[in-house]
Design a protein around this ligand. Structure first.
Ligand code: FE2
Length: 439
């Protein structure tokens, strides 16, 4: 046996599973050999790495379903986004894009992947701007994907930031990116010059995906315009092409402006289509509503309603210290916290759902099967041990995993950092932020 995690509470946010403590045994092949009930009278094995969980929460790795590693860590370069709009962000990035080098992209992307690994994120879908005739960022990210293969999954979306139809040679660049090895086909229909161009761009994205046997993940309706209705086009293409759950609509912020009658029709279509939605609360709480007076719209996916309609919805971080979001550490638990407030998922079961939106539900977006993801026998021994008894407590206290394990190898450790408080009139004590929480 290579490793045993003793006395862990397995995370089952939305399904059934053992409620007591479990031991997870990791075989020499880096896969989970056995999951058995914890018995405190039993001696731990003499060989292999021993991790005493003491009731801590063991979760399958966090999954980042939507990030931009090519733009990450470029905030303020060459100038800040003063208006705070999506549009000025694209203009600032367009300037920065001209100065990209292979080394620059590799260094920034790797830095963020290191942050993610340290926080238990082992599966990442990154968008990569391919409206750049040199495809510098794409080639660099393909190289990074190879370097992390074996301990992290990196899916690269060929993302036409400045359009497929409206950008010179947009379709040719998209096709070239896929030919060079991008994993997923992107689009940005609301940024195209006309409604018709937007529809055509989605048609091209689906055609390329079908040709290469790939998934689709489009930036879709990221605008406070109730007339922006490309998600219905994407869902219909997903239905008719048979791509269904292999298609994802990201951002979908115009949904925050749709009226009741159209929303009702849309929910029915989306649940039938099987597509995934990725809501990015950090970026869109920042970017949306910038053209409104008051009342000011939130500009977010109808997360709660879509979940109730049976649509798979995940939360993504999106931008990390770039022209669209100056802050961020790529923390999935920050994303879940911001997301649950933005979408008002504040009931106890809803907080657990928010946790699943950065784990299980995000894994479905990436298409990770049971042989690749989950705390089950035969799956890769990849997981994060969180110093909290429940997903709700993990989110509330914004904990960092004490241990991150990938394929049976310890990747990251964060020891506890107690805070000592000397309350006036009392001696020094260690502050305990934990509280029992209904679950
Ligand atoms: Fe995005």
């Amino acid at each position: 046996m290579r490793m045993i995690v003793r006395g862990a509470r397995l995370s089952h946010t939305e399904g059934d599973g053992p409620r007591g403590l479990s031991d997870v045994e990791v075989g020499e092949d880096g896969r989970i050999a056995r999951v058995v009930p914890y018995d405190d009278r039993k001696e731990p094995p003499a060989t292999g790495t021993l991790v005493e969980a003491r009731g801590a929460l063991l979760t399958a790795p966090f999954v980042e379903p939507h990030i931009h590693l090519d733009t990450a860590l470029t905030a303020g370069e060459p100038r800040p986004n003063v208006s705070g709009t999506l549009w000025e962000g694209i203009a600032r990035w367009s300037e920065r894009k001209r100065t990209l080098t292979r080394e620059d992209v590799i260094a920034r992307a790797t830095e963020v992947l290191r942050w993610q690994a340290a926080q238990g994120v082992l599966h990442v879908r990154t968008h990569c701007d391919v409206t750049d005739p040199s495809l510098t960022a794409l080639d660099a990210l393909l190289e990074v994907r190879d370097r992390v293969r074996g301990f992290m999954t990196l899916q690269i979306v060929a993302f036409p930031q400045e359009g497929i139809v409206s950008f010179p040679d947009g379709e040719a660049l998209l096709r070239e990116a896929v030919a060079r090895g991008a994993d997923v086909v992107g689009a940005i229909p609301h940024f195209e010059d006309t409604r018709e161009d937007g529809v055509a761009s989605l048609g091209i994205a689906f055609a390329v995906a079908e040709e290469y046997g790939l998934r689709v993940d489009a930036h879709c309706d990221e605008i406070d315009d109730e007339q922006s209705r490309f998600v219905e086009v994407l869902a219909t293409l997903a239905l008719r092409s048979g791509l269904r759950e292999r298609a994802t609509a990201s951002h979908t912020t115009a949904m925050g402006s749709y009226g009741g009658a159209y929303s009702f029709k849309l929910r029915r279509l989306l649940s039938r289509s099987g597509i995934n939605l990725v809501s990015n609360p950090f970026a869109n709480l920042n970017l949306q509503g910038r053209f409104d007076g008051y009342p000011r719209r939130r500009g977010l996916t109808q997360v709660k309603e879509m979940l109730a309609a049976g649509v798979n919805v995940a939360f993504g971080h999106d931008d990390v210290m770039d022209p669209w979001n100056a802050l961020g550490t790529a923390s999935p638990l920050q994303t879940a916290l911001v997301g649950l407030y933005a979408a008002q998922l504040t009931g106890d079961a809803e907080i657990a759902t928010a946790f699943s939106m950065v784990t299980d539900r995000a894994a479905r977006v990436l298409g990770l099967g049971p042989d690749e993801y989950g705390i089950t026998e035969g799956a890769p021994a990849s997981f994060a041990l969180l110093p909290a008894p429940t997903p709700q407590e993990a989110i509330r206290r914004q904990v960092r995993p004490s241990h991150v394990v990938s394929h049976g190898t310890l990747l990251a450790e964060t020891p506890p950092t107690p805070t000592r408080l000397t309350w006036p009139g009392e001696g020094p004590t260690e502050v305990d932020f934990s509280r029992s929480h209904p679950s």
